[in-house]
Design a protein around this ligand. Structure first.
Ligand code: SAM
Length: 287
């Protein structure tokens, strides 16, 4: 019998004496120039992708992360997106949710080609939209890719790993400034922003750095069982549009239209849209 443990000992972790252990039936490991990739077939969570010892996604709970990194931002945009940029996101789940909004074009910039190849082979239910004709895959550093771009994207989504190695630069103010410039005037930026319970300093830092750049910054929460502590956050930032001022009836209509064409969502709904932005008192951003 095999068990895998993710030890919460990495950079920025508050719970250094804690981890998550999952029973595993089978394991495949490979090393790329950027990271170690593991694919574990687990007893309870289906197939699970692990990069450098950190759980990235599992077949059982991936819908929460992927719906919640995409739909609050895309529905906030309030119109059909022309160009969407996804940075990271190698497993393909974020792109799968983006294409439900019928964009004209999606660019996904992933630094590690082998994560994408691995996901295409081993995680077809997650990676299925990567072969969509509107999706362009670019194998490059997402930080460099946005540099110098101006006024071209409707939405930029940062689906990166923890702030170590190549992801580190995706948590910095200078990157957020370049993302701001790359967005259209009504554009929306969204990033995963770690666990406010297990990685509180990193979470607060993301929100504060975004506040230096964007007039509207809204952190929000979702429950993801296989991420540290289960409490996860994302943060939307924009030049003008506030996700909390969407008209509830219009939002309900747009969600129904999407579900009629792409199938029922499993986590996101209009009540979640507003409720997810309610932040518990122990999470603070000042000082
Ligand atoms: N859902 C995940 C999580 O929070 O654990 C993130 C999933 S996704 C697999 C993260 C991806 O970001 C990895 O495949 C990694 O190769 C990619 N990545 C890291 N740094 C990057 C960078 N600077 N540019 C583009 N992709 C990057």
């Amino acid at each position: 019998m095999l068990w895998f443990t993710e030890y919460y000992t990495g950079e920025g972790m508050d719970l250094k004496g804690t981890g998550l252990t999952i029973k595993v039936k089978n394991a495949v490991t490979t090393k790329t120039p950027f990271q170690e990739i593991m694919l574990l077939d687990t007893e309870d969570f289906g197939k699970m992708l692990v990069l450098d010892g950190a759980i990235q996604t599992t077949e059982k709970d991936e819908f929460v992360y992927h719906e919640m990194i995409v739909h609050p931002a895309l529905f906030t945009l309030g119109r059909k997106p022309e160009r969407v940029l996804v940075i990271g996101g190698g497993d393909g789940g974020t792109v799968r949710e983006v294409v439900k909004h019928n964009p004209e074009k999606v660019e996904m910039v992933e630094i590690d080609r082998e994560v994408v190849e691995f996901a295409k082979r081993e995680l077809p239910t997650i990676s299925c939209a990567l072969s969509d004709e509107r999706v362009e895959l670019i194998f490059d550093d997402g930080r460099e890719y946005v540099r110098g771009k101006e006024n071209i994207y409707d939405v930029i989504i940062v689906d990166c790993s923890d702030p170590v190695g190549p992801s580190k630069v995706l948590y910095e103010e200078e990157f957020y400034r370049d993302a701001f410039k790359a967005l259209k005037d009504d554009g929306i930026f969204v990033t995963q922003s770690e666990s406010p319970f297990a990685q509180s300093k990193v979470h607060r830092m993301v929100v504060r750095e975004l506040q230096k750049v964007f007039p509207v910054v809204r952190p929000y929460l979702a429950f993801i069982p296989t991420y540290p502590s289960g409490m996860w956050s994302f943060t939307i930032a924009s030049k003008v549009i506030d996700p909390l001022t969407l008209n509830p009836e219009e939002l309900s209509g747009r969600v129904s239209d999407l579900e009629n064409s792409s199938g029922k969502l499993k986590y996101y709904n209009p009540r979640i849209h507003y409720g997810a932005f309610a932040i518990p008192n122990f999470i603070y951003y000042e000082g």
